[in-house]
Design a protein around this ligand. Structure first.
Ligand code: GLN
Length: 280
């Protein structure tokens, strides 16, 4: 089989699971994964004969995608904030919304030597991107999942940044600390929203990182807000990714915990997706 035929096979195989434009983006990622080919290589090598292993890998990828397995888990990586992060089913696949959260923090915090904490770091994408983008920041990151932390540590090493990762559950008491910035993208999807989610998310991504009980949607924010109030320096800032349904509730919770200048901010899809606040 030649490359041109393999791409045709991928297009046909993906037609049932992805829109043409998305399928094209996926094929680009697959060619990079299997052959290490960029777009130019793909264009130049249309007639090159493929080795046996590549043909098998393509068949395998197509059948996994048809079962709605996320491509990022199949190839083992995802792009976030200009870098490639390792991902496994132990961590959420980084979302474009979360890149916006990182951009917001970078835009609003130009000082150097800031002390930063990322709560529920997962792949480490927020902590590592901030460690790269802020000037001489000292970044701590915690997660309850040892498997997630192993992935996060590999990502920090691969991207050559120092982040101090530690295993901890934000729902249990935390030692007081001093931070200039606390950020979190905690689980915030209610179980009753699960049915309306895509199969690739609900069947493959870690439920522990996504879901909260229907009767306690702010579970994590209720732990994060008082911890932030206690651990942020005066003038320190809290940044959260939130469930679009609970912007006003999160705002109220932050007020009750003594945070100031609270903003509820929309993502580029127009959903209320972030909360930001200042400690006075
Ligand atoms: N935004 C994610 C999703 O739509 C949820 C992330 C989270 O729960 N923190 O799947």
């Amino acid at each position: 089989m030649i490359l041109k035929e393999a791409i045709e096979q991928l297009k046909n195989g993906l037609a049932a699971v992805a829109e043409p434009q998305e399928a094209q983006a996926m094929i680009r990622i697959i060619c990079e994964d299997i052959f290490n080919y960029d777009q130019v290589d793909v264009a130049l090598r249309q007639d090159s004969e493929l080795p046996e292993f590549a043909q098998q890998r393509i068949t395998d990828i197509i059948s996994r995608l048809q079962r709605h397995e996320p491509l990022q888990y199949i190839v083992g990586s995802a792009r976030f904030h200009g870098h490639r992060f390792k991902v496994t089913p132990a961590v959420l696949i980084p979302r474009p919304e979360t890149e916006q959260l990182v951009d917001l923090i970078v835009d609003e915090n130009s000082a150097s030597d800031l002390r930063v904490l990322d709560i529920g770091t997962g792949s480490g994408c927020i902590a590592i991107s901030l460690a790269r983008a802020l000037k001489f920041a000292q970044v701590d990151a915690l997660d309850v999942s040892r498997d997630a932390l192993a992935v996060a540590r590999e990502n920090a090493a691969a991207l050559k940044v120092r982040v101090n990762f530690f295993e901890s559950d934000i729902l249990s008491p935390q030692p007081a600390a001093r931070y200039d910035i606390i950020v979190s993208n905690p689980p915030y999807v209610c179980w009753n929203e699960r049915e309306s989610m895509e199969c690739n998310v609900k069947d493959y991504e870690p439920g522990q990182a996504l879901f909260v009980p229907d009767n306690d949607p702010l579970l994590f924010y209720k732990a994060i807000a008082p911890y932030a109030a206690q651990s942020l320096e005066k003038g320190g800032r809290l940044y959260l990714e939130i469930n679009q349904r609970f912007g006003q509730e999160v705002k109220k919770l932050l007020e009750e915990n003594g945070l100031d200048e609270i903003r509820i901010i929309e993502d580029s899809y127009g959903n209320t997706r972030f909360a930001a606040a200042v400690m006075r």
